[in-house]
Ligand binder design. Structure first.
Ligand code: IMP
Length: 292
């Protein structure tokens, strides 16, 4: 029997990735749980040295639970391609290189498949997998797994989502995850399935309550989105979100001076960053309150 969590519990999210912390916070907030990131607590991020998703999720959750003396939740996820023996698998993030360039990672996947097997219709079978691990400071752990099965397409389609989304079509659908609206993807995603298993086992006795919509800008979400952009299509989707955010707040302040400084900074210091990401960060900076 898994130990359960109660309302008001502080839960460490064992990640320094703002996007991930934000996403997990969205999932647990309705249950009265508060997510704090391992990064905000100054905890070191352990190296992912295990050969399995489960092993790496456990390693990250245990390090955070012991370091913070609080229950901690970690996730490890990736894309598994059947004819590549499960690759890129636990190396999904690493195939994108230090620049986190998923355009490049998807090309690598397509290249490996084509070189080894050719690319035959209806496309190679693949699945996304997410393993969540909840760890307690005394060393107890529980893991929960979710998968979504489908096929790969090439060339990629769509600019929504992140990572390998534009090359994955889930079974029973025609659109790639990159073409679906976020709500469509979340309804069936591997992460949602893993979270459902976590929710049933750990939050079973808690009821979800609607969270008061936050009138403030979702700065963490926007920064996480900007930091993940690798393609022109992703930039277009990002600009759509940014415009909707400005409209919602009814005060479209755009600071051209900040835009210029941000562009100069990015181009000068990080010239090998994908250019669409540089543009996204500069546009976001131009809509923030701070002055150059
Ligand atoms: P992690 O941070 O080690 O869990 O890295 C997981 C990697 O798997 C991400 O960087 C993505 O490349 C990939 N991945 C995981 N979930 C998804 C998804 O929902 N869509 C697309 N790619 C994903």
């Amino acid at each position: 029997m898994t130990r359960t969590l109660t309302r008001g519990t502080k839960l460490v999210v064992a990640s320094h990735n703002k996007g991930k912390v934000w996403e997990i916070n969205q999932l647990i907030a309705p249950y009265g749980l508060e997510a704090v990131s391992a990064g905000a607590l100054g905890l070191e991020e352990p190296e992912e040295t295990e050969p399995t998703f489960e092993g790496n999720a456990k390693l990250k959750a245990l390090a955070a639970a012991k370091g913070a003396n609080l229950p901690a939740l970690a996730d490890d996820s990736g894309l598994e391609v059947e004819c590549l023996g499960g690759a890129p698998g636990i190396f999904s993030a690493r195939w994108a290189g230090p620049q986190k360039d998923f355009g490049l990672a998807m090309e690598k996947v397509a290249h490996e498949i084509t070189a080894r097997h050719g690319w035959a219709a209806p496309g190679p079978r693949a699945n996304f997998i997410s393993v969540l691990c909840l760890a307690w400071p005394d060393g107890e752990t529980a893991t929960f797994e979710g998968r979504v099965f489908g096929r790969l397409v090439w060339p990629t389609r769509g600019g929504n989502g992140f990572g390998y989304d534009p090359m994955f079509v889930p079974d029973g659908h025609d659109l790639t995850f990159g073409e679906m609206e976020p709500a469509g993807k979340y309804a069936i995603s591997h992460r949602t399935r893993a979270f459902d298993a976590f929710r049933k086992a750990v939050l079973g006795d808690l009821s979800a309550e609607p969270v008061r919509p936050n009138a403030d800008r979702d700065a963490d979400g926007l920064h996480a989105a900007a930091a993940n952009i690798s393609t022109r299509e992703e930039l277009k989707t990002f600009v759509k979100y940014l415009s909707a955010d400005l409209e919602r707040r009814g005060q479209p302040r755009v600071n051209l001076g900040t835009l210029m400084v941000a562009l100069e900074d990015s181009v000068g210091e990080k010239s090998d960053e994908p250019r669409w990401r540089t543009l996204a960060k500069a546009l976001l900076a131009a809509t923030e309150a701070k002055q150059p």
